[in-house]
Design a protein around this ligand. Structure first.
Ligand code: NAD
Length: 696
């Protein structure tokens, strides 16, 4: 029988090896294989100890997520661990890579754990809107104590082997051959006749908090900041709390109930959708493995403003030297000062070591000489958002940049093909659209021009991953995916003010929906003047935002915008309310009560409609790509799965009909449902299934 798990012998020690590439996920055959091998080794009188290990690049990195929501096939991981628990011979998990989730739970069914030095161990279930479901919430606290277990489970972040050793999660770190080291460890345990205490029976580390349960709430309080609206952290806390007073077998049953409820719920489905969507976004049609990215050892960024500074930091942060070019010395000095200040802030926050600041700064070559870009393998332009300026610059870049260099623009809206036309190397040009603050935000829209060469696209994707971004390929159109949909939302937000809502109503509805901030707080943060200037250039007007800008109310930087600011804390301003009410009167709009529900529909349905157009025009490859853009670029709540997934859960027919009514009532043709939305609504389809059809 083809089994991904094998059993061999090294003298008196049985070695069970899990070999299910790529990450030894615990699919049914793996669970069954482990179970069979454990039973065989247990029942073999000549075996005195058992080592469980993983082949390939990692020990078991988790459950097989594709099995979630399908009928369970025995043995469950809980059953496998229960079998391990009853083995009376020493059992040792020998781990490397990333023993995560179910993988880590499996190791906690063993008496001992040994790890390779580079191992990272964790319970990341929370990131998928879940909690550990095979005893993790009960066994981890028994091994490492609640102070350590609570943040591990609530953050989902893995810890390195040396921390795991210090915490008691692993018993030894093995340098060199892991399995040989584990076998030696097993023999030592046998020779020393060490006590074989099951993890489930270890209660020492729980004693202190059990004696003083108020301490549990204190520990939890330190780690629950970001859990607004989320079910999984609440369930995780309830499950961990059971370690205080509930016998472990009973607690495990409850943990399982919590887990199953989460797996079947909308939040985890949404988060699992995003997990797969992010993975799919890395696959670009027409770019197979045979397309090799170009080598990037040196970067150049042009413009040291808001974006250029952040973009260059991304390169320095991963050790890539970066030349940063300005056309005026003062701006260069200001830009470098901001970069330095950002690094100092990281030091103060404890996320960067003081000695690393100098190392990173040493990777920058600040200059006002455009000629300095000549050895860069990639050049990213981040100057003013102005077509003639960008064209003039690209014409110069092309004369200086070395042959084969990737030439990227960070434009937010402009036509990348038009920019490429001024060069004689259209194939080397593409958009790399970062999000502000560029050293923090994870999204990178990679704009594929009509002539962009496949290996240039592959290079941009690879660079994106190297600098720890989530790259998503999009096509050329005004605003690409993210800003094009954002514009649709912005238009409605302003209309809602004229019809009767106030900025705090609109922003409040969106934060309640799960966004970190609403459109008006966001404008105040970015600066109301930015949009105002660009609208003036285009000859358009936003009645309210532009009236505010004309009064010098630019947002946070002037202390006044849609809100009044003391530092960063905002409060509503009666003057703004008056300005809005006056604008309604001036434009003859009768004010009325606008409900929260209407705010959400009016803001997000038009985005979904625009998303549908983006899909039918092929600007985005899959609806999941759009969801990833909104998750990482604009803070769309992960537990709602992104705008397109969310639309699927609302029902496309409901959204289509509402948009149609809105188009008729407002006379605004943009609200007429996109052809794709109409079709899917008629077929009772979803954006997700449409993506799968297309891929098939
Ligand atoms: N600010 C954002 O949130 C954001 C987000 C994504 C993309 N973008 C895009 O990034 C680009 C830059 O935006 P920003 O906000 O950083 O602007 P900015 O005004 O902060 O910085 C632009 C910098 O470019 C410099 N510059 C202008 N012409 C130059 C030239 N020929 N050579 C060298 N330097 C030159 C200016 O001196 C200035 O310091 C724009 O295309 C913008 O649309 C901005």
């Amino acid at each position: 029988m083809d089994t991904p798990v094998s059993l061999r012998r090294d003298g008196n020690v049985a070695i069970i090896t899990i070999d299910n590439p790529p990450v030894n996920a615990l699919r049914h055959g793996v669970r069954k294989g482990i179970q069979n091998c454990v039973v065989a080794a247990r029942d073999d009188a000549s075996v005195e100890a058992i080592v469980i290990t993983g082949a390939g690049r990692t020990f078991v990195a988790g459950a097989d997520i594709t099995e979630f929501g399908k009928p369970p096939q025995p043995p469950s991981l809980i059953e496998v661990i229960a079998t391990l628990d009853e083995v009376k011979k020493p059992t040792i998990a020998a781990v490397h890579g990333t023993p995560l989730g179910g993988g880590l739970e499996l190791t906690m069914g063993c008496h001992f754990r040994v790890a390779a030095p580079s191992t990272r161990l964790g319970l990341p279930e929370i990131k998928l809107g879940l909690i550990p479901g095979a005893g993790g919430t009960q066994r981890l606290p028994r091994l490492v104590g609640l102070e350590k277990a609570v943040p591990m489970i609530l953050s989902g972040e893995p810890i390195p082997a040396k921390d795991a050793l210090a915490a008691g999660l692993v018993d030894a770190i093995i340098e060199g051959d892991l399995v040989a080291g584990a076998v030696a460890f097993a023999r030592k345990v046998l020779a020393e006749k060490r006590a074989l205490t099951r993890v489930k029976d270890r209660d020492e580390k729980l004693k202190e908090v059990r004696a003083n349960p108020a301490k549990f709430d204190e520990i939890v309080a330190q780690h629950v900041k970001k859990t607004r609206g989320l079910q999984a952290p609440a369930a995780a806390i309830d499950a961990i709390r059971l370690t205080l007073d509930t016998p472990i077998d009973e607690a495990q049953k409850k943990e399982r109930e919590f887990f199953l409820k989460l797996v079947g719920g909308e939040q985890s489905k949404a988060q699992r959708h995003l997990f797969f969507a992010e993975r799919d976004a890395a696959k670009v049609p027409g770019i197979g493995k045979e397309v090799k990215p170009r080598e990037v050892k040196k970067a150049a960024v042009i413009g040291a403003g808001t974006m250029g500074g952040g973009i260059s930091m991304n390169f320095a942060n991963v050790g890539i030297p970066v030349t940063i070019v300005e056309n005026n010395a003062d701006a260069l000095k200001r830009g470098m000062a901001t970069i330095e200040k950002n690094y100092q802030t990281s030091v103060q926050r404890g996320s960067l070591k003081a000695e690393d600041v100098a190392k990173r700064l040493a990777l920058f070559t600040p200059t006002t000489d455009l000629g300095a870009i000549k050895d860069a393998d990639i050049v990213i332009e981040a100057v003013f958002e102005n077509m003639p300026i960008k064209k003039e610059l690209f014409a110069k870049i092309e004369k200086i940049a070395k042959p084969g260099a990737v030439l990227a623009t960070n434009t937010s809206y402009l036509n990348v093909d038009e920019i490429a036309q001024v060069t004689h190397r259209h194939g080397d040009v593409l958009g790399m659209h970062f999000f502000s603050p560029a050293n923090v935000m994870k999204l990178l829209e990679i704009v594929r021009g009509k002539d962009t060469a496949p290996d240039v696209l592959a290079t941009a994707m690879a660079v994106g991953r190297t600098i720890r971004k989530v790259p998503v390929v999009v096509g050329v159109c005004h605003g690409f995916v993210g800003n094009r949909m954002l514009s649709a939302r912005g238009i409605e937000a302003e209309k809602l003010l004229l019809e009767g809502a106030l900025p705090q109503d609109v922003d409040g509805a969106l934060t309640e929906f799960g966004f970190p901030m609403g459109p008006f707080a966001m404008s105040d943060l970015a600066g109301i003047d930015v949009g105002w200037r660009s609208r003036k250039e285009r000859g358009v007007r936003n009645e309210i935002a532009d009236s505010l800008a004309e009064q010098g109310r630019f947002g946070q930087k002037t202390g006044r915008g849609f809100y009044l600011y003391e530092g960063r804390s905002a409060r509503p301003d009666p003057e703004v309310e008056k300005l809005i009410v006056d604008a309604s009167v001036r434009l003859g709009v009768k004010r009325r009560n606008v409900s929260k529900e209407e705010i959400i529909e009016r803001l997000i349905y038009p985005m979904v409609n625009e998303g549908a157009r983006i899909l039918e025009e092929g600007i985005a490859t899959r609806s999941g790509d759009i969801d990833v853009v909104w998750l990482y670029g604009y803070g769309f709540p992960a537990w709602r799965g992104g705008p397109m997934h969310w639309a699927d859960t609302v029902g496309l027919k409901k959204i289509r009909d509402r948009l149609h009514r809105l188009a008729q009532e407002s006379g605004d043709k943009r609200h007429e449902p996109a052809a794709l939305l109409n079709r899917l609504a008629d077929e009772s389809g979803t954006f997700d299934s449409y993506g799968q059809q297309k891929a098939a």
